[in-house]
Design a protein around this ligand. Sequence first.
Ligand code: B12
Length: 209
Amino acid sequence: MSEELTMAVVELDEEKVMNAVRSGLEGGKDPVQILEACCRGMTIAGERFQTGEYFLAELMLSADTFKRAMAILEPHLAKACPLKPLGKIVLATPKGDIHDLGKNIVATLLRAHGFEVYDLGVDVDPALIVDKVKETKPQFVGFSALITSAFDSMKEAVDMLVMDGLRDQFKLMVGGGVTTPTVKDYIGADFQTRDAMEGVAYCTKVIGG
Ligand code: B12
């Protein structure tokens, strides 16, 4: 079923994706595994876009299907782990970047593992991030970056947090397809990954879970 679901996302067969997600859940399949099958499909669709096999419209359609599948899965993922919040995290795609599929996956998985997530959305102004950190006092801040031009706005947000004396009050994670250890060092983050589950494992470890 997983392979079929993955290929349905790639082949833009929305009806098949929705049916596979619903029947998987009804059949008692682990929602995290269903999510992973959808993620693989999104990755393959992205590769087809990069090689020129898919046009932008096809890529947007697969992203849209992916989001609808996520909407069905989210309540089941939350149910899978009904814990009291383990910790708080402020999450954002920084200014200049509108990609949000990866961020949404991280948000969903963190919630599913018991974290309270304040998702600020995409193209987020550095000042908004600072305000949310002041308001919520999180143990973690997470940035999701998919385009290189977002590196400077992440750095700007971190510099503002340093200036306000807030930077040592939380761990900073950065993730997303274009991030590397060099990006982590450039913005002064504590952790970098291109795998949402690694981010969840990092937060759980830091919090002592
Ligand atoms: C889908 C996509 C789009 C969709 C976005 C839909 C959406 N709602 O997000 C659309 C079509 C809208 C789009 C638009 C654009 N895109 Co685009 N897009 C992609 C594509 C193909 C896939 C990205 C994706 O969603 N991958 C799937 C997700 C699940 O992966 P992910 O984000 O990496 O997330 C995983 C991990 O990294 C991790 N993670 C992610 N964030 C975080 C955060 C934390 C805290 C943690 C712990 C983990 C974590 O968790 C996820 C699961 O494991 C990539 C190419 C690629 N293969 O990456 C180009 C790509 C990112 N896009 C690119 C560009 C240039 C653009 C555009 C400027 C226009 C254009 N010419 O195509 C605009 C962006 C405008 C802007 N200002 O942002 C470039 C960026 C180049 C660069 N180096 O800067 C790429 C790399 C394509 C390319 N090779 O040229 N895009």
